[in-house]
Design a binder for this molecule. Structure first.
Ligand SMILES: CC/C=C\C/C=C/C(=O)SCCNC(=O)CCNC(=O)[C@H](O)C(C)(C)COP(=O)(O)OP(=O)(O)OC[C@H]1O[C@@H](n2cnc3c(N)ncnc32)[C@H](O)[C@@H]1OP(=O)(O)O
Length: 727
C-alpha cells in the first residue's frame, strides 16, 4: 500500500509508505489523492495528519521517474494545491527526512511538527532541477527571500532546530512527531486557516529584491561555473516576489522544462544514482556488499600528522571514533596537534550550530596524541599517512605487524604505491588495504578503497563501511600504479604541459578548463599540490634529474615525447604555492591567490625559441579536447585492465575527488554525451600526427564501443561483455 489511513479520535492519519525513503512515486501520489478525497468527505474526520512510514516523512519526488519512459500522470503541485485548499486543517508530522517534494508537500500543509533529529531541505538543485512543486513560491512566502534563497540555491539540509528558528516548522519535539501532530491537529480544529495557506500570502521583504537577486545571480554564475539549476532557482525565487502565486507556479514549470532541455539534470541524476551504486561492490568470487559483514571499528589510529594525516584524524573524530594520532618526533607531534585541535574546534562549532548535543553521543571522538607505537597495539584499525616513500611505508608496516593485535586492519593512504608490496612485509596481508583520501581529508568526499591481491572480502567490507561512517563516497578499485584517479590525471596533465610548449600560457589553459566547470585548472591544481611532489617521483623513476641517461634529448624519454618544463621550474625552486612561485606567482610563500607571472611568459618564450617550437594557433575548444579526451582515453584503459568495475565508478571518483563538474556527469558520461565516435576521431587524428605520445593512442574499448555506434553509458557493460576484473 503506497499510503495508509488510520483514525485517532476525529483526526485521520495518512501515512506515506514507499520504502526505503517514501519517495513520491506515481502510485504514492495516486494513493494520496484517493485518501485525501475520502477524508475530505468523511464527516467523522475533523483534521488530518500527514506523515511517513518507518520514521521518514519523504525524500521527495521519485527521481527515477524523471527520465523513465512512463511520464508522470499526477502533478505534485496539484496535490499540494489540493491539500492547501482543504477546509479541514492538515498537519505534517515530519520525521527523518523531508526533502525536495517531501518538504514541498509539508509546506502545503497548514501546520508542521518535526522530530528534533529531522533534516529538511530543497536539494533539487543538486540533481540539476529546481523545486518545481511550489517550493520556490511557498518557501519565500514563509521565511522571506534571503533565507529561502540560501536553502534553495545551496540545496543544503536544514536541521529541525534551525528550521524552527527560521519558521519553517511550528514545533520541534524530542519524541513521536506523529503523536505531537495529532495533538496539534486537535487543538487547531475550528481555528481560522487563511493565514496558514502559504500560497495566499504575499512575500514579505524590506530589501531591494531585484538588486539582491542580481548580486546572487552573478555570485552563482562564478561559483557554479556553468551549472544552470542554481540560476533557474534564483529566477524562480524572483518570480515569487514579482508575480501572483499562480503565475509564479507557471514560471517554475517553464524553468523546469528549460533546465531539462539542457541535459544537465540527466547528467546530475546519473551522478546521484552512480554514487549510490558504487557502494554495491561485487568481487569476481561472488562476495558482495550484501553478503559480507564489515567488522565494527570502535577505535582507530593515524600515523603521520602532515596535511593528509591531520584531515584523516579530524574526519575519524567527526564520526565519533576515538583516534590515536602518532608522529615521529615532538616537534611534528606538537605542530600536528595544534592543527588537528584547530580543525576540531571548527567541527565542534558546526555541531553546536546544528543543535547536536555531545551528551547525546553526537560529539567528536577523542584524540590522543603520541610518539609511542606501543600505544597503538589495541586499536581496531590504523591508517598510515606518511609521505610517499615505499621504504618508509614498509618500515612502518613491519612495525605495525609486530605490535598490533592480530585482527587489526592495516590501511595505507598511499596515492599510488603498490599495496601488495606494502602488504608483503606484514604477517596479515589479508587485512591490508589502501584507503586513499583526498585533501583536505576532513572535507573531500572521495575515498578510493584499493584492494590488494590478498585483501580479504571482510577487509574490503570494513573499509567501505568506514568510508560510509565518515560520510564519504567510497569506491572500490584495483591495485595498479596510481590507482584510478591519479592514473587518469597523468595524460591530462601531460597534454596541459604540451599546450604550454606549443604556445599557450598556464592561465589560458586553466581558464578553458575552469569555464568547462572544473573547480581548478591543471596549473593552479599543480601549484596547490606542490610541483616538487611530481618532480621527486619523476626523479625516482629516472625521468628527471641526474638519473636521466646522458645524451637523452631534453624533450624525449625512452623514445617518447617528454615535457621538461615542470622539472625546470623545480630546479629553480618554484614549487608552487608553498614557495610563492610556480606556474603562477603568489603574494607570499603559502599565499593562495594565483597571479599570472610575466617571468613564466618570458621563460616559455625562451624555451620555445631554444627548441625551435613554432607557436601554433590553438583554440580553447582544442584545449578541452586534448586534455579531456586524454583523460577519458585513460579511463577506458582503466576499464580494460579491470581496475574499476564500471564507468560509473570512474565518474564518481572524478566528481568527488577531482573537481569534475557534476552537471557534466563525469568524464565517461561526458564521453558518451559528446559521442564516442567524436572522441575517437579526435584521438586518432592526434595520435597519427604525434605517434610519440602513446597515451593518446585510442584504447581498445573506446574503439569497440564506437564501432557499435557509441551506445548510451548504461549499455556499455552489456556491449563490452566479460572484461578482466582486478577487484
Ligand atoms: C515535477 C516535479 C518536480 C519537482 C518537484 C520535486 C522534486 C523532487 O523532490 S526531486 C528529489 C529531491 N530529493 C532529493 O534529492 C533527496 C535524494 N535522496 C537523498 O538525499 C538520500 O537518499 C537520503 C538523505 C534521503 C537518504 O540517504 P541514505 O540514508 O544515505 O540512503 P541512500 O541515499 O543510499 O538512499 C537509499 C535508497 O533510496 C533511493 N532514493 C533516495 N532518494 C530517492 C528519491 N528521491 N527518488 C528515488 N529514489 C531515491 C536511493 O537511490 C537508494 O536506492 P538504492 O538502495 O536502490 O540504491
Amino acid at each position: 500500500m503506497a499510503a495508509t489511513r488510520t483514525l485517532s479520535h476525529t483526526v485521520a492519519v495518512i501515512k506515506i509508505n514507499n520504502p526505503p525513503v517514501n519517495a513520491l512515486s506515481t502510485p504514492v501520489c495516486q494513493a494520496l489523492i484517493k485518501e485525501l478525497a475520502e477524508v475530505k468527505k468523511d464527516p467523522s474526520v475533523e483534521a488530518i495528519v500527514l506523515c511517513g512510514a518507518n520514521g521518514k516523512f519523504s525524500a521527495g519526488a521519485d527521481i527515477r521517474e524523471f527520465s523513465s519512459a512512463a511520464r508522470r500522470t499526477v502533478s505534485l503541485e496539484d496535490i499540494n494545491a489540493e491539500i492547501e485548499s482543504t477546509t479541514k486543517p492538515v498537519v505534517a508530522a515530519i520525521e527523518g527526512v523531508a526533502l525536495g517534494g517531501g518538504l514541498e508537500l509539508a509546506l502545503s500543509c497548514h501546520y508542521r511538527v518535526a522530530h528534533i533529529k529531522t533534516v529538511m531541505g530543497l536539494p533539487e538543485v543538486l540533481i540539476g532541477i529546481l523545486p518545481a512543486a511550489g517550493g520556490t513560491q511557498r518557501l519565500p512566502r514563509l521565511i522571506g527571500i534571503p533565507a529561502a534563497l540560501d536553502i534553495i540555491v545551496r540545496g543544503r539540509h536544514v536541521p529541525a532546530t534551525e528550521a524552527f528558528q527560521l519558521g519553517i516548522v511550528d514545533e520541534v519535539v524530542p519524541s513521536s512527531a506523529i503523536a505531537a501532530a495529532v495533538q496539534m491537529a486537535r487543538k487547531v480544529i475550528g481555528k481560522p486557516m487563511d493565514s496558514r495557506r502559504l500560497s495566499t500570502n504575499a512575500v514579505q521583504y524590506n530589501i531591494n529584491v531585484d538588486a539582491f537577486l542580481d548580486t546572487a545571480l552573478e555570485k552563482a554564475k562564478r561559483q557554479f561555473r556553468g551549472a544552470q539549476a542554481p540560476l533557474a532557482c534564483i529566477e524562480a525565487v524572483r518570480a515569487s516576489a514579482q508575480l501572483p502565486y499562480q503565475r509564479g507556479i507557471e514560471k517554475e514549470r517553464q524553468l523546469f522544462a528549460s533546465l531539462w532541455a539542457t541535459g544537465q539534470p540527466q547528467a546530475q541524476q546519473y551522478a546521484f544514482f552512480s554514487e549510490r551504486n558504487v557502494g554495491k561492490w561485487t568481487l569476481p568470487s561472488g562476495e558482495r556488499w550484501d553478503n559480507v559483514r564489515p567488522c565494527q571499528i570502535r577505535t582507530a589510529a593515524v600515523i603521520g600528522l602532515g596535511t593528509m594525516g591531520r584531515g584523516i584524524v579530524t574526519s575519524l573524530s567527526k564520526s565519533n571514533i576515538p583516534v590515536i594520532a602518532l608522529e615521529q618526533d615532538t616537534k611534528q607531534l606538537d605542530s600536528g596537534k595544534k592543527a588537528v585541535n584547530s580543525l576540531l574546534e571548527r567541527e565542534a562549532e558546526k555541531l553546536k550550530k546544528q543543535g547536536n548535543s555531545f551528551a547525546e553521543g553526537n560529539g567528536l571522538g577523542s584524540v590522543h596524541f603520541t610518539l609511542n607505537f606501543e600505544d597503538l597495539k589495541n586499536v581496531d584499525l590504523v591508517i598510515e599517512a606518511v609521505y610517499e616513500n615505499m621504504n618508509l611505508k614498509k618500515d612502518i608496516f613491519r612495525k605495525l605487524s609486530s605490535i598490533m593485535k592480530p585482527d587489526a586492519f592495516l590501511c595505507t593512504n598511499t596515492s599510488g604505491l603498490n599495496i601488495d608490496e606494502i602488504a608483503s612485509v606484514t604477517n596479515r596481508p589479508q587485512l591490508v588495504i589502501g584507503t586513499h583520501f583526498f585533501s583536505p581529508a576532513n572535507i573531500m568526499r572521495l575515498l578510493e578503497v584499493v584492494r590488494g591481491r590478498h585483501t580479504s572480502p571482510t577487509t574490503i567490507a570494513t573499509a567501505m563501511s568506514l568510508g560510509k561512517m565518515l560520510g564519504k563516497v567510497a569506491v572500490l578499485v584495483g591495485n595498479c600504479p596510481l590507482f584510478v584517479g591519479n592514473r587518469m590525471l597523468g595524460p591530462y596533465l601531460e597534454q596541459a604541459n604540451y599546450l604550454l610548449e606549443e604556445g599557450y600560457y598556464p592561465e589560458e589553459v586553466d581558464q578553458a578548463l575552469e569555464e568547462f566547470g572544473f573547480a581548478m585548472g591543471p596549473f593552479r591544481m599543480m601549484d596547490l599540490a606542490g610541483l616538487d611532489v611530481g618532480w621527486r617521483s619523476r626523479m625516482e623513476k629516472g625521468l628527471a634529474g641526474s638519473g636521466v641517461p646522458p645524451g637523452t634529448p631534453a624533450r624525449q624519454r625512452e623514445g617518447n615525447r617528454y615535457c621538461p618544463l615542470a622539472d625546470m621550474l623545480c630546479e629553480l625552486g618554484r614549487f608552487g604555492q608553498k614557495s610563492g612561485k610556480g606556474w603562477y606567482q603568489y603574494e607570499k610563500p603559502g599565499g593562495r591567490h594565483a597571479h599570472p607571472d610575466p617571468w613564466v611568459r618570458d621563460f616559455l618564450a625562451k624555451y620555445r625559441k631554444t627548441y625551435n617550437i613554432k607557436q601554433q594557433a590553438v583554440h580553447p575548444e582544442q584545449i578541452l579536447q586534448r586534455c579531456l579526451y586524454a583523460l577519458i582515453n585513460e579511463g577506458f584503459r582503466v576499464l580494460e585492465d579491470g581496475i574499476a568495475s564500471g564507468p560509473e565508478d570512474i565518474d564518481v571518483i572524478y566528481n568527488n575527488g577531482y573537481g569534475w563538474p557534476k552537471h557534466r556527469g563525469g568524464p565517461m558520461y561526458y564521453a558518451s554525451a559528446v559521442g564516442l565516435h567524436e572522441v575517437l576521431m579526435v584521438l586518432e587524428g592526434y595520435h597519427k600526427a604525434n605517434p610519440d605520445v602513446p597515451s593518446m593512442k585510442p584504447s581498445f574499448l573506446l574503439k569497440k564501443l564506437a564501432a557499435v555506434g557509441g551506445p548510451p553509458i548504461k549499455e556499455w557493460r552489456t556491449q563490452l561483455g566479460k572484461l578482466p576484473n582486478k577487484l
